[in-house]
Design a binder for this molecule. Structure first.
Ligand code: UDX
Length: 450
C-alpha cells in the first residue's frame, strides 16, 4: 500500500515508521522545512526509544521518505493519514482544528485516483463529516472516502503499542475504505491485533471515551490514596485488591501526583466541551479534570508538610521533570505546578531529569539544573521523586544521605518501600501509604468495628 502521512509529530512519525516497517511505502509530509531537513539527516525530532533505528532501517530499505510538499505523495496514495496537532484552543479548551482543516484543503487539491483520507489526530465527533465536506466542496468530482482511525499509543512505548495494539478502530461505512485500511493493518492481525469496524462518529468518540476513562481510573485511585493516608491504609494494596477483579483490571491504578502529558488533560477538556455543545454535560469527566488540577497543585503543599510546613530558605531537589519516564515531554507535567508552588512558598529548587531538561528550561527557567541525582541532592532539605525514571529506582541511599542537608524524601511515585527508607534513616513520605508518616501530620487511627 502507498501511504502519505501528513504531520511528523509524535503520532505521524511513529505511525509512518511502523507502517513502513510492515512493508508499506510511506512518505511523511511536514510543512516545517527544518524538521524535514533534520529527518533527512537521520535526526529524530522527538525522544522515543527505538524510533531512530526504526526510521533509519526503513529509510535505508527505501520504504520511508520525507518531504515538505504533499502533492506527489497524496496523488500516489491509497491512504492519506492526517496526523497533525489538535491542541487545546486558547481560552475555551475546545480542540483547535485549524491544522486538520488546512491539511484537508491541501489534500483535496492533490487527490488523483481513489484514496482514503484518514483522520488519526484526536478530533471531536463530527470532524470527519467536516473534512469530507471540505474536500467535496473543493473538488466535487474527486474519488475519495473519509475514515477515522484513532491512535492509542503511549509516549515511551509507542512502537510496541503500535505493533501490538489491544485493538485497531476503523471508523467508516465506505466498503472500499474498509478494504484499504484492512489491508494496511493486515500485518497486525498476525500479532492478534483485533480490528474493530465502526461508523466514523463512533470511532471518533471511542478515542475520547478511552482517554477519559483511563484518566478517571487514575483520578479515582488518587482520591483513594488521599483517603488511605487519612485512614491508615495502603493504596498500593487497595489498587492490587481491586485490580485483581477482572471487571476492574490492574492497569492505570498507580496513584501519583496527577496525570499530565499531551493527551489526557487536553482530551478530557475537549470532551467536556463536546458534551456541553451537545447539551450532555459530562459531570464525571468535569470532576476528573477539577480533581486532577487540584491534585497537581497540592503536591507542593505535601512537600511543605514534609518539611514542617515551612519552605522559606529551604532547598528542594526534584528527580524527574517530564510528565512520565522515557520521554522528554514536559506538556502539562505535574512538575510545573510543583515548581511554581515550591517557589511561591520561598523554596530554592534544584532538578535533574535524564531527558527532559532542554524542554524544561523553557518552561521552568528559574531552577538550578543538575547533572545527576546526587549532584541534585547536594545540600537539599528534601528530595522529591517526581517522575519514576528507571534511573531513580535503585539510588545509592548512603551517597544520597551524605549529599543532602537532611534526609527527607518525598516519593510522589511510590518507587521505594517505606520500610527500606526508614531503615536507611530517611524520613519518607509517599502517596497513599500512611504507616510511615512522621509526626508532622498526626496519624488518624482507623475506627474499629464495621
Ligand atoms: C495516553 C494514553 O495512554 C494513550 O492511549 C493515548 O493515545 C495518549 O495518551 P500518554 O499520555 O503517552 O498516553 O501516557 P500514559 O502512559 O497513558 O500516562 C499519562 C499520564 O497518566 C502520565 O502523567 C502518567 O504518569 C499518569 N498515570 C498513568 C498515572 O498517574 N497512573 C497510572 O496508573 C497510569
Amino acid at each position: 500500500m502507498r501511504i502519505a502521512m501528513i504531520g511528523t509529530g509524535y503520532v505521524g512519525l511513529v505511525s509512518g515508521a511502523c507502517f513502513a516497517d510492515f512493508g508499506h511505502s510511506v512518505v511523511c509530509v511536514d510543512k516545517d522545512a527544518n524538521k524535514i531537513a533534520a529527518l533527512h539527516r537521520g535526526e529524530i525530532p522527538i525522544y522515543e526509544p527505538g524510533l531512530d533505528e526504526l526510521v533509519a532501517a526503513n529509510v535505508r530499505a527505501g520504504r520511508l521518505g520525507f518531504t515538505t510538499d504533499l502533492t506527489a505523495p497524496v496523488g500516489d496514495a491509497d491512504a492519506v493519514f492526517i496526523a497533525v496537532g489538535t491542541p487545546s484552543r486558547r481560552g475555551d479548551g475546545h480542540a483547535d482544528l485549524s491544522y486538520v482543516y488546512a491539511a484537508a484543503r491541501e489534500i483535496a487539491a492533490a487527490l488523483k485516483d481513489f484514496a482514503v483520507v484518514v483522520t488519526k489526530s484526536t478530533v471531536p465527533v463530527g470532524t470527519g463529516d467536516e473534512v469530507e465536506r471540505l474536500i467535496r466542496d473543493a473538488r466535487p468530482t474527486a474519488d475519495f472516502a473519509v475514515a477515522s482511525n484513532p491512535e492509542f499509543l503511549r509516549e515511551g512505548a509507542a512502537i510496541r503499542d503500535f505493533k501490538f495494539p489491544d485493538r485497531i478502530v476503523i471508523g467508516t461505512s465506505d466498503e472500499r475504505a474498509r478494504k484499504v485500511l484492512g489491508e494496511i493493518y493486515r500485518p497486525l492481525s498476525l500479532n492478534q491485533g483485533p480490528l474493530l469496524y465502526t461508523t466514523r462518529r463512533t470511532a471518533e468518540l471511542i478515542k475520547y471515551a478511552a482517554n477519559a476513562f483511563l484518566a478517571t481510573k487514575i483520578t479515582f485511585i488518587n482520591e483513594m490514596a488521599d483517603l488511605a493516608e487519612r485512614v491508615g491504609a495502603d493504596v498500593q494494596d487497595v489498587a492490587r485488591g481491586i485490580g485483581m477483579d477482572n471487571r476492574i483490571g490492574p492497569k492505570f491504578l498507580h496513584a501519583g501526583p496527577g496525570f499530565g502529558g499531551s493527551c489526557f488533560p487536553k482530551d478530557t477538556r475537549a470532551l467536556v466541551k463536546i458534551g456541553l455543545d451537545h447539551e450532555t454535560p459530562l459531570r464525571i469527566v468535569e470532576a476528573v479534570l477539577a480533581v486532577n488540577d487540584n491534585r497537581k497543585r497540592a503536591m507542593a503543599r505535601k512537600v511543605s508538610q514534609a518539611l514542617g510546613g515551612q519552605l522559606r530558605g529551604k532547598t528542594v531537589a526534584l528527580l524527574g521533570l517530564t510528565f512520565k519516564p522515557d520521554t522528554d515531554d514536559m506538556r502539562e507535567a505535574p512538575s510545573i505546578p510543583l515548581v511554581t508552588g515550591l517557589m511561591d512558598m520561598g523554596a530554592r529548587v534544584r532538578a535533574f531529569d535524564p531527558a527532559g531538561m532542554t524542554q524544561a528550561r523553557d518552561e521552568l527557567p528559574e531552577i538550578t539544573y543538575c547533572e545527576d541525582a546526587y549532584h541534585c541532592a547536594h545540600g537539599a532539605d528534601a528530595l522529591v521523586i517526581v517522575t519514576e525514571w528507571v534511573h531513580f529506582r535503585a539510588l545509592d541511599l548512603v551517597r544520597l544521605k551524605q549529599a543532602m542537608k537532611q534526609p527527607v524524601i518525598v516519593d510522589l511515585r511510590n518507587v521505594y518501600r517505606p520500610e527500606q527508607m526508614s531503615e536507611s534513616g530517611f524520613a519518607y513520605f509517599s502517596i497513599g501509604r500512611a504507616h510511615h508518616r512522621t509526626t508532622i501530620v498526626p496519624e488518624v487511627v482507623p475506627e474499629r468495628g464495621d
